[in-house]
Design a protein around this ligand. Structure first.
Ligand code: CA
Length: 220
């Protein structure tokens, strides 16, 4: 799942990116409203975290512009404490949730997860596939209670495949949702990670990750 953080306080921005990456998300970030809007228009983010007070373009305007442009991804606004008017205006402008500063990072992570649970995205935290269980809260994958050791990218690929079971996912789909903008540009990066993921899964599971010739991959 890929997130965008738009926050001009450099320290907070970097801290959030680090924590969220550690939770298994691919994370891009912007330090002003203009850059944030540009990124959100051109990339497929699963959630955007948007501060209100931003240089160049404020968060409320960015949120309105994105909705007017037909972008439907969940948007979580960050507001100064007690700025009730901001909250009302933010929700009117198309934000899905808001969080008052200062906040505990755990709270932000919980809100992001809750936004990811809303339709059309999958509606729960734990996915099962035969004896395999994938817990999106802990990023743990177990098969019959035995934990599988996956890298963050392998985990991200598996989660995205499971969430989209039955759908053909192109390499671009996977790059957009599992990698952040700073990924290595090797054209076969997705194939390499799929291969590694298949190697770590028992054969009966690996064989269900189908290569769709000329298109991409599908979990069947
Ligand atoms: Ca700010």
């Amino acid at each position: 799942m890929k997130l965008l953080i738009v926050e001009d306080e450099v320290k907070l921005n970097k801290g959030l990116v680090t924590v969220l990456q550690g939770k298994g998300f691919a994370v891009d970030s912007a330090l002003d409203g203009e850059e944030g809007e540009r990124l959100a228009r051109w990339n497929a983010y699963d959630v955007v975290v948007l501060d209100i007070m931003l240089p160049k373009r404020n968060g409320l305007e960015v949120c309105r512009n994105l909705r007017e442009a037909g972008k439907t991804m969940p948007i979580l606004m960050l507001t100064a404490r007690d700025a009730v008017e901001d909250k009302v205006e933010g929700l009117d402008g198309g934000a899905d949730d808001y969080l008052a500063k200062p906040f505990a990072t755990q709270e932000l992570v919980a809100r992001i997860r809750s936004l990811l649970r809303r339709p059309p995205l999958a509606s729960h935290d734990i996915f099962t596939w035969d004896d395999l269980t994938l817990d999106t809260r802990t990023q743990k994958v177990t098969i019959k209670d035995k934990e599988l050791t996956l890298t963050l990218r392998e985990y991200g690929l598996l989660e995205y495949l499971i969430r989209n079971k039955g759908t053909v996912l192109t390499r671009d789909d996977l790059l957009e949702h599992v990698w952040d903008r700073n990924h290595d540009t090797l054209s076969n990066v997705v194939d390499v990670h799929i291969k590694n993921l298949r190697n770590k899964l028992p054969k009966s599971y690996a064989s269900h990750i189908e290569t769709v010739r000329g298109k991409g991959y599908r979990l069947i």
